[in-house]
Design a protein around this ligand. Structure first.
Ligand code: ADP
Length: 487
């Protein structure tokens, strides 16, 4: 029997690793297409024409001129190869919208661009135009939209009468793309979409709500987060809608892109290693201590954080824990950027204690690899965490994760309870209480485990044996696509 034709999936997203990344979304967008292709689908991506994306696009040609909608301006639609990501990409070329100083969403002073609703509606309308045949040579059979930037896509598909189902993935419910009612009227969508049973949220326009309301299937990036967001505490106002749509909501864990994050092959770290031979990891730690000016002591447990500096990540708990951590003979190295007050607070503790604390404010991909390879423990004490990637990188690198029991952290790290140690299942340290005392208790347990060398090594090896690969995630996405297509 002939196998069914490969499903043509259009992935709509605002960033993609390695060209443009502000967080985990880019890692997913960069890895998922190749995994879907290996699993038998035919993926392409649709991206805004930010400068780094256009620079990474080869063999580009214009496939369509996209019409204006309301105050959303017309644009050229390019098709080319994103060789760095191994995928063909449609890029919305609209320099007035996308080519600006600053980041993809905000200016250099971190102020969101005033016309973000138009900039990302432009992306979503392009998906609808593609579904309607804007490129006669390739029409998607399914559209998969990611996060608030692509949230309007399912609404736009419905508005143009496209018979193409959509899947919407929430990477972080905290960022919803919220605008005023007046801004809704600029988008070119029919008035009837602006109602509570649509994309209106208490009188405002909400891009994420459009995705949650109009998509045939909803996914988020871990099973625990899929449950948590159905409750008021983590639902960010969307829990009622998510409960109503619980039957079409599921959680699929992100994977680790082993071409990028693998300690045996990583070209960004000073020595390679694997679970059988951890000597290279000790060399990574020694190099890191030397480079950062920390006391060069192989026996001092080295804790790290690689993170955006935001409320969500619970880093004020780390700040509170640092004096005790250092007093107990441990070291700490942070790489991160974000909240200005938090940046200053971390800088200040490093200045006060340079032999044990190192802080680098900024975004630095190679240094992130060096920290994760060289540290003993990676801390992720988040208040909420949809999936979390750095703890997965920690597992892969034998860098024991110390995490709060929430979201994807709870789904991916097994606490070193006595029974889990005994049964060879423990992969890290998990604490419950989102408080300085809760994290401090976790740190003490991590230190106690570190001193028990044979158990520590066993936990490292169990961690490194975990597989969070994209092949598994791609199979789960394909199953969700099949459900959406059957809808
Ligand atoms: P989020 O998407 O909420 O920021 P994730 O853990 O899902 O959190 O993904 C964060 C990604 O960004 C990881 O790949 C992490 O290594 C990377 N990252 C975060 N901060 C930095 C930084 N300052 N420099 C380099 N990489 C960073």
């Amino acid at each position: 029997m002939a196998s069914p034709p490969a499903v043509r999936v259009l992935q709509v997203c605002a960033e993609i690793f390695p060209l443009l990344k502000t967080g985990g979304l880019a890692d997913v967008a960069g890895a998922l297409p190749a995994a879907l292709a290996l699993a038998g689908a035919e993926p392409r991506v649709l991206l805004p024409g930010f400068a780094p994306i256009l620079a990474g696009l080869s063999n580009a040609r214009t496939v369509a001129t996209l019409p204006a909608r309301g105050q959303v301006p017309a644009a050229r639609l390019l098709l080319g190869d994103l060789a760095a990501c191994g995928v063909q990409a449609y890029v919305v070329d609209a320099p007035a919208l996308y080519q600006r100083e600053g980041g993809p969403y905000a200016d250099a002073q971190q102020r969101p661009f005033a016309d973000n609703h138009l900039r990302f509606a432009r992306l979503c309308w392009a998906a609808a135009d593609l579904a309607q045949g804007a490129d006669p040579a390739w029409r998607p059979g399914l559209v998969h939209a990611h996060d608030w930037h692509a949230g309007l896509t399912p609404a736009c598909l419905q508005a143009v009468g496209a018979h193409v189902p959509s899947v919407y993935t929430v990477h972080n419910l905290a960022y919803q793309g919220s605008f005023s009612a007046a801004q809704f009227h600029q988008l070119g969508l029919p008035e009837l979409y602006f109602q509570p049973d649509g994309l209106e949220f208490h009188g405002t326009l909400n891009f994420m709500k459009a995705g949650l309301h109009y998509a045939q299937r909803i996914t988020t990036v871990s099973p625990s987060y899929a449950c948590e967001i159905q409750h008021p505490e983590q639902g960010m106002g969307m829990d009622g809608l998510l409960r109503a749509r619980a039957e079409v909501l599921s959680g699929i864990l992100n994977g680790v892109d082993e071409a990028v994050w693998h300690p045996a092959m990583d070209v960004l770290i000073p020595a390679n290693y694997d679970a059988k031979k951890l000597a290279g990891k000790a060399r990574c730690k020694a190099a890191l201590q030397q480079q950062l000016g920390l006391t060069e002591d192989a026996t001092a447990p080295l804790f790290t954080v690689v993170s955006r500096l935001t409320e969500q990540k619970g880093l004020h708990l780390v700040l509170a824990a640092l004096p005790q951590l250092v007093a107990r003979g441990a070291q700490f190295a942070l790489l991160g950027s974000g909240d200005a007050a938090m940046q200053d607070a971390f800088r200040a503790v490093a200045v006060a204690c340079p032999q044990a604390i190192s802080v680098r404010i900024g975004y630095d991909e190679p240094f992130a690899h060096q920290l994760i390879a060289g540290a003993d423990v990676i801390m992720v004490p988040s208040h909420f965490e949809p999936c979390g990637l750095t703890q997965l990188y920690g597992l892969a690198y034998g860098t024991v994760p110390l995490v709060r029991r929430v979201g994807g952290l709870a789904d991916t790290v097994t606490d070193c309870s006595l029974e889990a140690l005994d049964e060879g299942r423990a992969t890290g340290v998990v604490f419950d209480d989102f408080s300085a005392a809760g994290l401090d208790a976790g740190i003490r347990r991590a230190l106690a485990l570190y001193r028990r060398r044979s158990e520590w090594k066993a936990v490292q090896r169990t961690a490194m044996a975990q597989r969070h690969d994209w092949a598994e995630a791609a199979q789960q996405y394909l199953a969700v696509y099949r459900q959406a297509l059957a809808h």
